[in-house]
Design a protein around this ligand. Structure first.
Ligand code: ADP
Ligand code: MG
Length: 306
């Protein structure tokens, strides 16, 4: 089990991680979400042991994570950390990059392992291409394969899909997270894009200004966003006040009805494939809702929460 206990960390004056505590059981997948600058990368680096915590402690089972002050080579050997700015060796091939830290004792086994990893990140066809000739998204996929190579007990992934196009992302995510579950690798994924994690995480931490402001299953947090910050991590969200109480309503939860107090004027209709996302004005506020059909700009309709 990973235990993070009351950790505090500052860069110069500003506190980046402000008393964070949580526990994560072996084999579980935890997502850390929050706006850019909230401290996600810093938290992962602290867990990996790249910085010294000012206060608090971090344990993996009975082992304490030690920062550079107490550890000659920063980073714990049972963990792997995939940095936001992954660095590959540009002048060697994809396969050589992935196999870089694998033992050469059993050459056949090593080759097989490299191919297995390239299959997960869908880079088999590029095995013999030099890393410098890859696109950003391809480099990121190779970097993922490289951190998987050593089968770490704990894997820390910092924005692992940020350079990968949507076309690839869905199948990559499915394969990667299935592999991690199968191998029972404890994983923490930091991301600003909640769609990266909704279907795959056992638990989510929402971070804001270095503090955990919410914790729960993805479904619970999505369905019960405690404030607009949390709700907006899941996309466009409307704040609708009913009897003085604000409600956070996602666009798909609003529908057109014959009559209601929520009469809106259409500002724009964005085609989304299966539906339109409609931007509308209610008094001076902008609202978003989904509708199967296009609606003319400047027309008025009444809305209700489904
Ligand atoms: P996130 O990964 O969520 O975008 P970071 O952990 O990178 O957030 O940053 C958290 C805060 O710490 C931000 O305010 C950022 O500006 C600051 N910060 C990050 N890295 C450094 C650094 N090396 N030196 C000083 N401040 C930093
Ligand atoms: Mg970051």
């Amino acid at each position: 089990m990973l235990q993070v206990q009351n950790i505090i960390f500052s860069y110069q004056e500003s506190t980046a991680i402000d008393c964070v505590s949580f526990e994560l059981l072996k084999g579980k997948n935890l997502a850390i979400i929050g706006e850019s600058g909230c401290g996600k990368s810093t938290l992962l680096k602290l867990i990996y042991g790249l910085y010294d915590v000012e206060k608090g402690q971090i344990f993996w089972n009975e082992k304490e994570v030690l920062g550079p002050k107490f550890n000659l080579i920063p980073g714990m050997d049972f963990m792997k950390y995939l940095a936001q700015d992954f660095d590959l060796m540009p002048f060697i091939t994809v396969a050589e990059n992935v196999g870089k830290y694998l033992s050469n004792v059993y050459a056949d086994k090593k080759q097989q392992r490299i191919l297995e990893l390239l299959e997960i990140v869908e880079m088999t066809d590029y095995a013999n291409v030099k890393a410098k000739n890859l696109s950003g998204g391809q480099m990121q996929r190779v970097a993922i394969a490289r951190v998987l190579a050593l089968e770490p007990e704990v894997l820390l992934l910092d924005e692992p899909f940020s350079h990968i196009d949507n076309f690839r992302k869905n199948s990559l995510r499915r394969k990667l997270f299935a592999y991690l579950k199968e191998k029972k690798i404890t994983t923490i994924v930091a991301t600003h894009d909640s769609t990266d994690v909704l279907s795959f995480s056992d638990e989510v931490l929402v971070l804001k200004k270095g503090q955990i402001i919410e914790k729960g299953t993805p479904k619970y947090i999505y369905e019960n966003p405690k404030n607009k910050y949390v709700a907006s991590l899941f996309g466009d969200v409307n704040e609708i006040v009913v009897d003085g109480v604000p409600h956070f309503v996602y666009p798909h939860q609003l529908q057109i009805v014959a009559e209601s107090d929520l009469e809106v004027e259409i500002v724009n209709a964005y085609f989304r494939g299966s539906h339109y996302l409609i931007e509308a004005k209610f008094r001076n506020e902008i609202l978003f809702f989904e509708n199967d059909e296009y609606i003319l700009t400047a027309s008025t309709v009444c809305l209700a929460i489904k």
